[in-house]
Design a protein around this ligand. Structure first.
Ligand code: AMP
Ligand code: MG
Length: 491
């Protein structure tokens, strides 16, 4: 077999205790559901080969490609605030790393390819529904410009998996800048393995933050950079109405990508307290809690780095605290700048954030659809006749009118060309998001072996900022009987 992946595996070269060697499980009848051809090309892979029977056998875990060193990585993590000293890849296997055309090294991982040494009671497999969900949502996030892991392929295995019922088994090929999580650092900290932490920190600096190497205090610089990327990431989530759903420390990538799409959701009506995950009973991971939780998780990361931050523990704690204090202003700065862009405001004026908050408050009080409000507001910026289409989104349309007058006044102060304001707003306020009811419909059709809706959804979401008149129905929020109130991990 010729080498179809030019693997260059660095994680597998780390000390043995970082991972366990393992192999994907054989499956009876692999079948390709979807190949992400543009992504394959970016990674320097041959899409035609990947779609061939040999390629599909690799994507299903039936065949280990040349050059791969399949491993399950070790990690720990706080799950809903409770520390679990050993988790690890229980249903994911890292095949290896490839360096893409952009020069960036990325992991190629099979998710759902069978048991690993970290599977505990689980079967290591994935059902069709969660695989389709992750494919759709991660690719939608990428198209929205939000850092995320990617989906290279989804295959059916031909083997049923037992969940609440017997469901078709599937494997997702996930691509990530790396799969190193805050929980990976916690794994070594929990074992008081200082060499392990240092080795991991050096590896993360080398792979993700090479400029930290030259800093006066490289480990502090590493912490600063992870904090900054996470602050920016969570701000971006909030600006599109995304709720991750399970922000455990093992689900937070130190590379700053959105990772582990389980019970995630985009909200329809704006509600800061929105929670969709069936297992998040106390709303720990509610929409508006996400910045606070990110900071909590980063505090857990900083604890693992204490031995590297200073010789004395008290001094190290002071360094960590100082680093963490940067999070709130970084998050607020990114979020507020994003809100200004969503409202078409180019300059920074006092009162802008109040103006934005007042709109959000009115939206919450009137169950206004988050995505449609901002999209239609974009058009209203160029033509006040567009107000009609915004105000109908509010339970009490009058709640919009007073605010709209203030907003117009503020826009007028800038004196920019209304069409340019509209275009700038349309470039940040998407028309299309992966709405829950559409994902659910795509999954239900997939279970009937009809992948048409899945394909169409992916296609619509690949151009979220463009009007697609023939696909306008995908902009609509669910009808009352289409509403999805809960999402599930599907593990
Ligand atoms: P998650 O909720 O996806 O972040 O997973 C939490 C932990 O449970 C990770 O260590 C997973 O590898 C493990 N896990 C989840 N589902 C399964 C499964 N079906 N089989 C084995 N391990 C699993
Ligand atoms: Mg996880």
């Amino acid at each position: 077999m010729t080498a179809h992946f030019r693997f260059d595996n660095t994680y597998a070269a780390l000390p043995d205790r970082f991972f366990r060697r393992t192999s994907p499980s054989d499956v009876p009848a692999p079948r390709l559901m979807r190949l992400n051809r543009p992504l394959a090309a970016e990674l320097g892979l041959d899409p035609d080969w990947l779609a061939s029977p040999d390629g599909v056998a690799v994507l299903a875990g039936k065949q280990v490609p040349e050059g791969a060193i399949p491993i399950a990585t070790a990690y720990a993590g706080h799950q809903f605030g409770h520390f679990v000293p050993q988790l690890g890849d229980g249903r994911a296997i890292l095949l290896g790393e490839v360096v893409g055309r952009d020069g960036v090294r990325r992991d190629i991982q099979l998710k759902g390819s069978g048991r690993t040494p970290f599977s505990r009671q689980g079967d290591g497999k994935a059902a069709l529904g969660p695989v389709l969900r992750e494919f759709v949502v991660s690719e939608a996030m990428a198209a929205l410009g939000i850092p995320t892991t990617r989906a290279l392929a989804a295959v059916l295995t031909g083997e049923p998996v037992r969940r609440e019922a017997l469901l078709p088994g599937a494997v997702l090929t996930r691509v990530a800048k790396s799969h190193i999580r805050i929980g990976t650092f916690q794994f070594f900290a929990a074992r008081e393995d200082r060499d392990g932490i240092r080795t991991l920190a050096d590896y993360v600096i080398g792979r993700h933050y090479p400029d930290a190497q030259a800093a006066e205090a490289p480990y502090r610089a590493l912490l600063d950079r992870v904090i900054a990327r996470q602050a920016d990431l969570v701000a971006r989530w909030l600006l599109v109405g995304f709720i991750h759903g399970v922000m455990n420390t093992d689900n937070m990538s130190v590379a700053g990508e959105t990772i582990d799409y389980g019970p995630c959701a985009f909200m329809d009506a704006y509600d800061p307290a929105a929670v969709f995950s069936s297992i998040d009973q106390h709303g720990r991971y509610a929409y508006a809690n996400q910045p606070r939780i990110a900071l909590w998780n980063l505090a857990r990361l900083s604890e693992t780095l204490l031995p590297l931050l200073a010789a004395e523990e008290s001094a190290a704690i002071a360094v960590a605290e100082e680093a963490l204090r940067a999070f709130p202003p970084q998050f607020e700065g990114a979020f507020q700048a994003g809100l200004r862009r969503k409202l078409g405001l180019a300059a920074e004026r006092e009162g802008d954030i109040e103006l934005a908050q007042d709109l959000l408050g009115a939206m919450a009080a009137n169950q206004a659809d988050f995505t449609l409000t901002f999209r239609r507001l974009s058009d209203a910026a160029a033509d006040p006749a567009g107000d009609l289409r915004v105000r109908t989104l509010f339970a009490d349309p009058a709640a919009y009118d007073g605010w709209a007058a203030r907003w117009r006044g503020r826009l007028g102060e800038e004196g920019r060309d209304p069409a340019a304001v509209r275009d700038a707003m349309r470039a940040v306020n998407p028309a299309f998001i992966p709405r829950n009811h559409r994902i659910e419909a795509a999954i239900q059709a997939g279970l009937r072996d009809d992948f048409g809706p899945f394909e169409e959804l992916i296609s619509v979401l690949s151009r979220p900022f463009e009007d697609q008149p023939d696909r306008a129905a995908y902009m609509e929020p669910p009808l009352p009987d289409e509403r999805v109130r809960q999402t599930f991990c599907g593990t």
